[in-house]
Design a protein around this ligand. Structure first.
Ligand code: ATP
Ligand code: MG
Length: 555
């Protein structure tokens, strides 16, 4: 019986040992016991396998030997904390195997008391390399995505179903001055008040799961009025609700489109006006010449044909003169001639809208041309009569060593004179206190264009006027004072004759600036062949002079 009990007890011990071996040694995590100084006193088989060695090689080794050099501090801090705090402590660090390879491990450590009363640490360690790798991959992916999102030139903002911000890229930060950390979680309309009017659309897009565009939305920023495209993309994944809002600044694009439309319009108006002028030129010449001949026949008392006709009609030339003067005929004839000349001047300007090829082109220094024009303006009788040009201060900001430009000096002077005349007149009419013209020249190396700027400190113009100043016959002056041709003639000279650019920048009360850019080499030759159909057929008409076939009708 005693033997029987002994056998049973032994069998139980065996079973216990087997269970212990199973539970302790083959546990899916590594266990080890460390002395207070950190020396391994006991370890299970899993710990030995994890550390790439056998159990006997572990015993009596300091655990620090198996910790990667760079992570030793983590371990020491962790130990310190363990003895200070008392409760279980966790940390993650890299453990090294004898073959030099290392792996990420998670350590849970508790302080305990051994049977002999000494303080020991019981450590549970597990391999977390896979988890770490997945985390690293996730971090990398997140970085990569946020890099992409941040390097987008568009403002990108993510919102949840309640329109609270979930994503805020760098462009959004730049645009609003609010950093991402301060935007996350807040209502979009609070952080980005500019988008408040879009809130309904955002909710609608999230609900309907349809993309909503709002193109060329106008908004006002510190840089003045701007245009932007707003697109709302609803999130369509499962169990996600929200939207991404993309905002693109399209101000430049809209301006460019407007400029192109304007250039097209000017081109067609120019062609139309030149054609019309050409048609008017001949009948006008007829009227003018006939009026001249009529005046001659009615008033010239020395012309034998006149004397003969009077004699045959039984009247004297003196009687005819008296009659005419009594009826105001000579004054009327003068009026016809004066009005005819004014019409001829307009026609001649309009003929200038067509591209020409017979220009006398040579090389000119544009700074010189500006100086010459300013001299001309100061001595031009017409100008002095109406405006005191000399009282305007002229500030020159000329670039040295400007390359010469191939152009027709007189034409460029005509353009400059138109601009100076307009400016002087605007400043005079507005009663500008200290009128000033700032003239600048500059060479744009990149585009190979010489740039001239003429700025005044006069009354300026609003946007609606600015848009129309280059249109033929557009004037704000009273009827009879301005024809509204000055700037349109200038426009066609610069753009059509020389392939250059002319633009105006102005705001009410802030003066006006005209900017002219001319290419070094005139594109005149190519242009004239392209658009030969715009040219008046009659060479004389092209020069703006009246045809001579009707002239000197003097029998
Ligand atoms: N420097 C300026 N400051 C303010 N307004 C200007 C200036 N230059 C031009 N303008 C405006 O542009 C309009 C058109 O000018 P443009 O030279 O084409 O015609 P105009 O001067 O009215 O007539 P014209 O030159 O045929 O005698 C002017 O009527 C004026 O309203
Ligand atoms: Mg003018």
């Amino acid at each position: 019986m005693q033997n029987e009990e002994l056998r049973t007890a032994q069998a139980e011990i065996e079973a216990g040992r087997a269970r212990y071996f199973d539970l302790y040694d083959l546990a899916p995590v590594g266990y080890c016991t460390l002395s207070e100084k950190g020396v391994i006193v006991e370890a299970n088989l899993t710990a030995a396998t994890l550390l790439g060695t056998n159990r006997s090689a572990l015993i009596k080794q300091p655990i620090s030997r198996f910790i990667l050099k760079e992570d030793q501090d983590i371990y020491y801090l962790h130990r310190k904390q363990l003895f200070e705090v008392g409760g279980p402590q966790e940390c993650e660090l890299r453990l090294v195997k004898p073959d030099g390879t290392h792996f990420w491990a998670h350590l849970t450590v508790i302080a305990a008391q051994a049977e002999d009363g000494a303080t020991v640490c019981r450590v549970v360690l597990s391999d977390i390399t896979e988890r770490r790798r997945a985390e690293e991959e996730l971090r990398h992916l997140r970085n990569y995505l946020s890099n992409i999102i941040d390097s987008m030139p568009s403002v990108l903002v993510g919102v949840d179903a309640e329109a609270k911000i979930t994503l805020w890229n760098k462009t959004a930060e730049k645009n609003t001055g609010v950093v991402g950390a301060h935007a996350q979680g807040y209502l979009l309309s609070h952080i980005f008040p500019r988008l408040a009017p879009e809130m309904k659309k955002i909710t609608e897009s999230i609900r309907s799961r349809e993309i909503i565009h709002h193109r060329k939305r106008t908004c006002v920023s510190e840089r003045g009025p701007r245009y932007e495209d707003v697109t709302i993309y609803p999130l369509t994944g499962e169990r996600v609700e929200g939207a991404v809002i993309r905002i693109d600044d399209v101000t430049e694009q809209v301006r460019l489109e407007e400029m192109m439309v304007q250039a097209e319009k000017m081109l067609s108006i120019g062609g139309f006006a030149a054609g019309m002028a050409h048609e008017i030129n001949n009948p006008l010449a007829g009227i003018m010449q006939t009026a001249n001949v009529m005046a001659d026949r009615l008033t010239n008392e020395n012309m034998p044909a006149n004397l003969k006709a009077a004699r045959e009609a039984g009247v004297s030339m003196a009687a005819i003169r008296n009659f005419m003067e009594a009826r105001g005929i000579p004054r009327m004839l003068k009026t016809i001639r004066k009005s005819g000349l004014r019409a001829a001047e307009i026609v001649s300007n309009m003929l200038g809208f067509a591209r020409k090829s017979e220009a006398q082109v040579s090389f000119h220094d544009l700074s010189d041309l500006i100086d010459k024009t300013l001299d001309l303006a100061a001595t031009d009788y017409d100008i002095i009569k109406q405006y005191d040009f000399k009282s305007i201060e002229i500030r020159r900001e000329f670039e040295d060593g400007l390359p010469p430009v191939s152009c027709e000096g007189a034409k460029i002077q005509q353009v400059l004179l138109n601009i100076f005349r307009n400016g002087a007149e605007a400043m005079q009419t507005a009663g500008t206190g200290k009128p000033i013209f700032i003239v600048r020249t500059e060479f744009d190396k990149e585009r190979k264009m010489v740039c001239m700027e003429i700025e005044d400190n006069g009354p300026g113009m609003d946007e609606a006027i600015c848009k129309r100043v280059f249109e033929p016959f557009y004037t704000t002056k009273p009827v009879g004072e301005g024809t509204g041709l000055g700037l349109s003639v200038s426009y066609f000279i610069i753009t059509e004759n020389y392939g250059g650019k002319i633009a105006v920048e102005s705001q009410p009360g802030k003066g006006t600036k005209f900017v002219i850019r001319l290419p070094l080499k005139s594109t005149n030759d190519e242009l004239s062949t392209v658009n030969a159909d715009l040219l008046p057929k009659n060479e004389a008409a092209a020069n703006g002079t009246l045809p001579s076939k009707n002239r000197g009708d003097n029998p």
